[in-house]
Design a protein around this ligand. Structure first.
Ligand code: CMP
Length: 143
């Protein structure tokens, strides 16, 4: 079954919108198979955002995602990568469509509430960075 990696960033945790975000993913029919509230160590940030380390915004991105706890999750469902990306919305919350998580709950790219994998390959890579295989729970969700 398809899986995707989702992370509620420190601003989302601190603003108390974890429940609202999870509700949207649950209501869609996606299945939560792993979750962890954690402070990201520097090495995981470097690995997770490897494609951005040379970008000018990387120092502020790194400081932002290490500024407080994040909620890392794995969600399962057919086509889950593309479905979650649509629910999350555009990277810049100021431009994200109303009805999306970023469109409804964020104001700026530097604090864009949530991360979601952009491809099946990214999902596999990101899940492996943040979770061990035995942390993914196998159960049946009744829709
Ligand atoms: P995310 O979906 O986690 O993927 C890469 C992150 O880099 C993105 O969300 C933003 O948090 C951040 N990002 C991307 N572009 C910029 C930018 N121009 N300025 C600051 N942060 C950015």
């Amino acid at each position: 079954m398809d899986r995707t990696f989702v992370m509620i960033k420190p601003d989302g945790v601190q603003r108390g919108i974890i429940g609202a975000i999870i509700s949207r993913l649950e209501a869609k029919g996606l299945k939560l198979v792993a979750a962890k509230l954690t402070m990201l160590p520097e090495e995981k940030v470097m690995e997770h955002y490897a494609e951005h380390v040379e970008k000018p915004f990387f120092p502020s991105l790194k400081a932002y995602v290490m500024s407080g706890p994040v909620l890392t999750m794995v969600w399962e469902g057919r086509g889950s990568v593309a479905i979650v990306r649509r629910i999350v919305g555009a990277t810049n919350p100021a431009e994200a469509a109303p009805g999306t998580i970023r469109g409804d709950m964020g104001m700026e790219t530097g604090k864009n509430v949530i991360h979601a994998s952009d491809s099946d390959e990214s999902a596999a890579r990101e899940i492996a960075i943040h979770f061990s295989a035995d942390e993914l729970v196998d159960y049946t969700r009744i829709d």
